[in-house]
Design a protein around this ligand. Structure first.
Ligand SMILES: NC(=O)c1ccc[n+]([C@@H]2O[C@H](COP(=O)([O-])OP(=O)(O)OC[C@H]3O[C@@H](n4cnc5c(N)ncnc54)[C@H](O)[C@@H]3O)[C@@H](O)[C@H]2O)c1
Length: 256
């Protein structure tokens, strides 16, 4: 058996300008994929493009709001004309609004904030899946990876109820789509990272992250590359028998 066959596919990674998404984009490129680096933050995308100019032929940046159906359509069209049919989708973009570095208690949460988090974290991935499905169905091959969270396993402690609900919802989306899409050669999986050092995790006081690290069996917080390695495997040719799964990547802080 050949290990790690080259992943000569077109991939979309959302929220890929920084944090975990950027590491995922680089992991997929290292495996041979051509990647649409999609993000709402145009300045962060410019930084990504500058930092990785040596890989220029392997990715393209696109300013996209994952909550917008029109943006998804534009992104998919651009992906197809740049790199061919879409074979891999990593739904990674998410928001986790805080107030003064702390979660907003459920009883004080406004409807607008609830709606915004649902739109980006849960509806966005659903629209994304609908957008790329025809390419994967026609090819008889596809890999969809939804970025959930340990919050879906334990309930959200640091993040708000809206965030926890969306990350749990992604597990339902993952399992149901695994049933529907399996017959087309499309796998659908979720990754549930623990605490990973990214701008999102840096949004809380340092003490919170220190306490978190003290409870992790491997003795440290995660790095974006720890998550990206798991996504890379799930997106690979070799992972075709893994579907509907949630892979916990958390240093042992939650063991299902
Ligand atoms: N960092 C952690 O500790 C942690 C833990 C568990 C799960 N996660 C999940 O991992 C994923 C990445 O998290 P991160 O820590 O890298 O976060 P991050 O905030 O560093 O990165 C998220 C990216 O998503 C982009 N984004 C936000 N709204 C968007 C929208 N509407 N459309 C397109 N892009 C948008 C942001 O601009 C940003 O580049 C998220 O799904 C998050 O919930 C993170």
């Amino acid at each position: 058996m050949t290990h790690q066959q080259p992943l000569e596919r077109c991939a979309i990674v959302t929220g890929a300008a920084g944090g975990i998404g950027a590491a995922v984009a680089l992991e997929l490129i290292s495996r041979g994929a051509r990647v649409m680096v999609a993000d709402i933050d145009s300045q962060a995308l410019e930084r990504f493009a500058d930092d990785h100019a040596d890989l220029a032929g392997s990715f393209r940046c696109a300013v996209v709001d994952v909550a917008s159906t029109e943006d998804w359509q534009r992104l998919a069209d651009e992906a197809r004309s740049a790199f061919g049919p879409i074979g891999i989708l990593v739904n990674n973009a998410a928001i986790s609004p805080k107030r003064d570095g702390a979660k907003v208690p459920a009883d004080q949460m406004g409807r607008a904030e609830w709606d915004a988090v649902l739109a980006v974290n849960l509806t966005g991935p659903f629209i994304g899946v609908q957008t790329v499905f025809p390419d994967m169905r026609d090819a008889g091959w596809g890999r969809i990876v939804n970025m959930s969270s340990q919050a879906a396993r334990t309930g959200a402690r640091v993040a708000g109820v809206h965030y926890g609900v969306t990350k749990t919802g992604l597990l339902g989306l993952t399992r149901t789509l695994a049933h529907e899409f399996g017959p087309y050669g499309i796998t659908v999986n979720a990754v549930a990272p623990g605490r990973i050092m990214t701008p999102m995790a840096a949004g809380v006081p340092e003490e919170v992250n220190r306490q978190w690290a003290a409870q992790i069996p491997v003795g440290r917080l995660g790095q974006p590359e720890d998550t990206a390695a798991v996504v890379g495997f799930l997106a690979s040719e070799e992972a075709g028998f893994v579907t509907g799964a949630t892979i916990d990547a958390n240093g042992g802080s939650y063991m299902g």
